[in-house]
Design a protein around this ligand. Structure first.
Ligand code: ZN
Length: 539
């Protein structure tokens, strides 16, 4: 067999994300690993003379970007669905029109799915109703996800198929929204209520899932992403099919992104009962954390807050799991050696999660558990200190500052609370390891945009939200690289440009450390490389 030649990349501005040396000009690649890292001369010396040489022409190179909370597989599924988001749709009739067009080409009784509807951005500023959706189709059942994922809308045909009627009780943790006479309006709140309809929708064939996953993965590569935590596999019924699709893609050599599978508790139960758990797997596909939810989202008014919502006086939202049950679940998974990732947006939900983790940790002081709080948006200074003491990693939903910041000020939280959202500055001061994420498809995946937002904290309308919580570009870059690797116990394997680590890297059009902070979002990805193989662009 002919051995692959070493490749050496010279004359670059390489940001290693290592403490020493933070900047070098060159590195080598041997197979799927980095070789020597250092000056042009050193790297030339340490690789064979016949190595292929690539001149980086002064361009900036960073480690491959690691997105620690998003839903790659759900995003892939949205590629097969109707886009109901705004600004793509301005009015309710735009949304209904799109669904009607789709219904025309869909067989009778076949389900139609859409995603991304946002009641606070659409011109009429209200939720969809079954009557709206009936105008699109009375024969096809219709299911539309809200942008938050925590709400969904169905038409009358879907309510009929799912047998959701006035007499149907609300499922635990969910709500069937009803009008004043008790008739369901078509709005289903939280996963357990959505499941009443979702269980009737057929899961796509694995071959179709694989195709759409590949499109989604290629899209992620365009933004420099080389590793992802897929945020809640098993949230919908397609969990086993998704894992199968990933596994088949890997064995066919077509999985070009490294997947850390965050799996919903119900599905994980059957996996860990047979002895498999966190960190089991390969370089491309690993079992990750067990996922729990302790509230919904602020913009859907389903986050659990300590103080009431600005636009709904007296209403605080609810935690999803009673404290005693959450304590028991966290203790069980903690003692089983699993990493836990718990969704909590509101300060009351964060506090509830911290209590559960602290109790489990006290009873069983397992070091290095790396449990994560996902979103963690209304964490207080005290929460940050408690996370640090208990070894908890917050992953902040930083894109909220841009996408919902103005509405957090005017509608949901008010200015004072909105300024404290995603307290990155406080987290850095406390020296607590953290990551940032897009929650794609809730917001578009684009780490450089998330870094721009962490550094500038500018809302869509151009206001700076929480100036003291801004962080440096270097801190934001670390959160997407070496700190991201830490979240999957892989900081020795990837996350920085260092000898023997996986050769995952990105070539950029500009240096994020020296461009004007407002221009970070405009930096282009010139090439994305995973394990030494180009998966996007050229060099
Ligand atoms: Zn999520």
């Amino acid at each position: 067999m002919r051995m692959l030649k070493d490749r050496i990349f010279l004359n670059g501005n390489v940001l290693t994300m290592e403490l020493q040396p933070p900047h070098v000009s060159a590195f080598g690649v041997v197979g799927d690993l980095f070789g020597a890292v250092g000056s042009d001369t050193d790297v030339r010396h340490l690789h064979p003379p016949d190595s292929d040489i690539i001149d980086l022409k002064g361009k900036t190179v960073i480690p491959g970007l690691i997105e620690t909370h998003n839903h790659l597989s759900d995003y892939a599924m949205t590629l097969m669905q109707i886009d109901c988001s705004t600004p793509v749709n301005r009015t309710l009739s735009d949304v209904v029109g799109r669904i009607r067009e789709k219904a025309k080409e869909t067989n009778r009784n076949e389900w139609i799915k859409g995603w991304g509807f946002d009641d606070t951005l659409i011109a009429e500023k209200r939720h969809l109703t079954r009557q709206d959706l009936d105008k699109a189709s009375s024969e096809n059942p219709v299911f539309i996800h809200h942008i938050s994922g925590h709400l969904a809308y169905v038409n009358s045909r879907a309510l009929q198929i799912a047998s959701i009627e006035s007499a149907t009780p609300d499922p635990e943790g969910g709500k069937i929204h009803r009008d004043e006479t008790g008739i369901p309006t078509g709005l289903l709140v939280e996963e357990s209520a959505q499941a009443l309809a979702l269980k009737h929708i057929p899961v796509p064939a694995i071959s179709d899932i694989k195709k759409t996953l590949q499109h989604a993965i290629n899209h992620y590569h365009q933004y420099g992403i080389t590793s992802v935590h897929d945020g809640s596999i098993g949230y919908y019924r397609d969990g086993p099919e998704l894992l199968t699709a990933y596994r088949e893609l890997e064995s066919e050599g077509k999985l070009t992104i490294r997947i850390y599978a965050t799996i919903i508790a119900d599905l994980y139960e059957s996996i860990y009962r047979i002895g498999l758990g966190t960190r089991f797997g390969s370089k491309f596909l690993k079992l990750g954390s067990v996922k729990l939810f302790q509230d919904g989202s602020i913009q859907a008014l389903t986050a659990a807050l300590k103080n009431p919502y600005l636009n709904r006086p007296g209403f605080h939202g609810h935690v999803l799991i009673p404290q005693g049950t959450l304590n028991a679940l966290v203790k069980k998974y903690h003692e089983a050696g699993l990493q836990i990732a718990i969704h909590a947006n509101g300060d009351r939900a964060i506090e509830s999660v911290l209590e559960a983790i602290e109790k489990a940790y006290e009873a069983h002081p397992r070091q290095d558990h790396r449990h994560m709080i996902i979103h963690c948006q209304l964490a207080s200074q005290d929460h940050v200190r408690r996370m640090n003491r208990a070894g908890v990693i917050p992953s902040y939903f930083i894109n909220h500052i841009y996408y919902w910041g103005d509405r957090h000020i005017a509608e949901f939280l008010g200015r004072r609370r909105a300024q404290t959202l995603d307290p990155l500055g406080s987290t850095v001061k406390e020296n607590l390891l953290f990551t940032l994420h897009s929650d794609c498809p809730v917001t578009p995946v684009n780490p450089l945009f998330s870094i721009y937002t962490a550094v500038n904290r500018i809302t869509r309308k151009g206001e700076v939200l929480g100036e003291t919580e801004r962080i440096s570009v270097d801190q934001a870059l670390k959160s997407f690289t070496i700190q991201g690797a830490y979240c999957s116990f892989e900081e020795r394997l990837k996350g920085s440009i260092a000898p023997q680590k996986l050769a995952d890297f990105v070539i950029l059009s500009d240096n994020p450390l020296t461009v004007h902070p407002s221009a970070i979002k405009d930096i282009r990805i010139e090439a994305t490389v995973v394990g030494g193989r180009i998966v996007y662009g050229t060099y």
